[in-house]
Design a binder for this molecule. Structure first.
Ligand SMILES: Cc1cc2nc3c(=O)[nH]c(=O)nc-3n(C[C@H](O)[C@H](O)[C@H](O)COP(=O)(O)OP(=O)(O)OC[C@H]3O[C@@H](n4cnc5c(N)ncnc54)[C@H](O)[C@@H]3O)c2cc1C
Length: 552
């Protein structure tokens, strides 16, 4: 066969990179927030998550979406979801690296270590992290039912993934999901209509029968779920297993799987409960505060996940710009492309710095070893920075993905049978902003947090180490502290969330990033809202920023 042309100037795949070794921003964020940590496990995770073999699993798990089987061949209900083997390989790796309930178990990783691992794993594949994140969040919630905690706490922290659909008592590890959202409203959990009727008491505590539905319930093959249902005292949390203690299936009917924009490897379902058995976790009527506590942990994961997706998109954009030429030079040598990449690198590093800082707040606010004053400060920071980070980092995510995609030109928009990783990242990005509380809900949550203590003083203390480092940061901190003291109106709470995130990012970069990164961040983002990417002033030290990100 005659050839019509030679294929040139196309970019090779970005494979076999160590996601930890190549990410200086992440390494410095980890060092700053956990100076004593031995990072060997993160190095190993970085190598595995950047390997060609795992990338193939990520492609296949997304290409071959999960399938629901409501009945078996002979008409019995089975309500099983079938996944491609690559999904199990990925989920197995995530558990092996202890990204689920492990930080809550004795001898488990710190929250900072787990956060860094979660961020890197997201670069590989975010969908399978949905059940991983939910397991992380529900594990401490089970403390409200000591019998369930004793029965499942160890299994929720076990690194030995067991993908078989069978009772938890016969498995080496379990995962859990969460079911709050119903058709009539997700943000307003009080509007839930699913009813719980008391049915007796047994070894797992107070048993109820649940009748109702959930409009979104992801990872329906999880071994159990924490769900909210109404009791006479109001919304209440329940532990709802897929299998009952007698070895029969619980009455959880999966109606259908959601046909989603992205997040293709993960199954998200609509379910009905037909007198399904569930055990109470916490007091009747106390469901909302419990949900909020869990939500704070999954919201941290939304910020971490978005920081990971940003870093993944940036790495692809830099790789492309290094290998692709236009108008006689490699893209990375063009002044405007250097500006775009440098600006993306600033955003990526700032997102990483903020998300890992929130993970430290979880560590230190939970630590018995921390002095009481530090614990109190960290608890307040955790309360304030979680909604601010989820709001701002996730809001920037889609915008970021669009710009990173554009760096690849037309190839960025092409799926190519799952080989187009940038397209996958782009489709995934909006999700972290929507689930676990959309943007407005984050801003409203931050408003509530502002009433939680001496916020102005705590912010001054948090941001003090960067005082005098840059005039724009000093101005931003002064505005923020004064606004926190004066009071924030509901209508301006998004703006306050943004300003809190930006000032904290600036203060963190002052302590962890090279001077060029810190200066460019302050100059481009703190005196007015950031605009389109690639509008950094011409005098910016692009060389230093790009070297830091690994573009050269
Ligand atoms: C792929 C996917 C998987 C999911 N998996 C799960 C799961 O496993 N378990 C689960 O429980 N849920 C899950 N969800 C549901 C998700 O958490 C909700 O969709 C989300 O919380 C928003 O709720 P809603 O869709 O009912 O929208 P609504 O609550 O109707 O909100 C719509 C819009 O109104 C805004 N809004 C709401 N109240 C206010 C207010 N007071 N002031 C101003 N604005 C307001 C919101 O910010 C949002 O922008 C999933 C969603 C998706 C997309």
């Amino acid at each position: 066969m005659k050839t019509t042309h030679e294929v040139t100037n196309q970019v090779p795949d970005l494979v076999d990179t160590n996601l930890f070794e190549t990410d200086a921003a992440l390494r410095d964020a980890v060092r700053f927030n956990a100076p004593e940590l031995d990072v060997q496990a993160l190095r190993e995770l970085g190598a595995e998550a950047g390997s060609a073999e795992m990338q193939t699993h990520a492609r296949l798990a997304n290409l071959h979406s999960p399938r629901l089987h409501t009945h078996d061949r002979t008409g019995h209900r089975i309500d099983e979801v079938e996944f491609h083997p690559s999904y199990h390989a990925l989920l197995g790796a995530a558990l092996r690296h202890r990204l689920h309930g492990a930080p809550w178990a004795p001898g488990g990783p710190s929250h900072v270590e787990r956060a860094a691992g979660f961020l890197m794993f997201t670069e590989l594949e975010p969908s399978v992290l949905c059940p991983v994140s939910m397991t992380y969040a529900v594990t401490p919630a089970l403390r409200a039912n000591p019998a369930l905690q004793a029965a499942f706490g160890g299994l929720l922290a076990s690194p030995a993934y067991d993908g078989r659909f069978r009772p938890a008592s016969a498995k080496t590890a379990v995962t859990m999901g969460m079911g709050m959202t119903e058709k009539q409203g997700g943000s307003d959990v009080r509007a839930n209509t699913t009813q719980a009727v008391r049915d007796g008491e047994d070894a797992w505590g107070e048993r109820y029968r649940l009748v109702g539905h959930k409009w979104f319930m992801s990872a329906p093959m999880s071994d159990a779920f924490l769900v909210v249902a109404q009791t006479p005292a109001g919304p209440t949390c329940f532990f709802l297993p897929r299998w009952l203690p007698d070895g029969t299936l619980n009455a959880v009917r999966i109606q259908r799987l959601k046909d989603k924009l992205g997040n293709k490897a993960n199954a998200s379902s609509e379910v009905e409960f037909v007198e399904a058995m569930a055990w109470r976790v916490g007091d009747e009527g106390r469901g909302l505060p419990q949900i909020l506590a869990m939500g704070a942990l999954t919201r941290l994961d939304c910020a971490l996940g978005t920081a990971g997706l940003m870093r993944g998109a940036l790495a692809l954009a830099m790789h492309h710009a290094r290998h692709r030429s236009a108008f006689g030079r490699r893209l990375v040598e063009h002044a405007l492309m250097r500006n775009v990449l440098a600006d993306l690198a600033l955003e990526s590093e700032a997102a990483t710095a903020l998300a890992i800082r929130v993970a430290r707040a979880v560590d230190r606010s939970e630590s018995d070893a921390a002095p009481a004053a530090e614990r109190e400060h960290e608890a307040l920071m955790r309360r304030l920075l979680t909604p601010a980070a989820k709001y701002w980092v996730c809001k920037r995510g889609s915008h970021f993905a669009q710009e990173a995609m554009e760096c690849l030109g037309g190839n960025g928009y092409v799926e190519a049978e799952g080989e187009g990783v940038m397209a996958r990242i782009y489709r995934e990005m909006p999700l972290n902003s929507i689930w676990e509380g959309a943007g407005n809900i984050m801003a409203l949550d931050l408003l509530r947090a502002l009433r939680a203590g001496a916020v102005s003083e705590a912010l001054e203390c948090e941001l003090a180490p960067a005082k005098g480092a840059h005039p724009a940061l000093d101005r931003a901190v002064a505005r923020l502290v004064s606004k926190a003291g004066d009071g924030v109106e509901e209508a301006e709470s998004r703006r306050f969330a943004r300003d809190l995130a930006l000032a904290t990012q600036g203060a963190l970069l002052a302590q962890t990033a090279p001077p060029a990164v810190f200066a460019a961040f302050c100059e481009s983002r703190l005196d007015g809202a950031p605009d389109a990417f690639g509008e950094l002033p011409a005098a910016t030290d692009f060389d230093a920023i790009l070297a830091r990100a690994g573009a050269e």
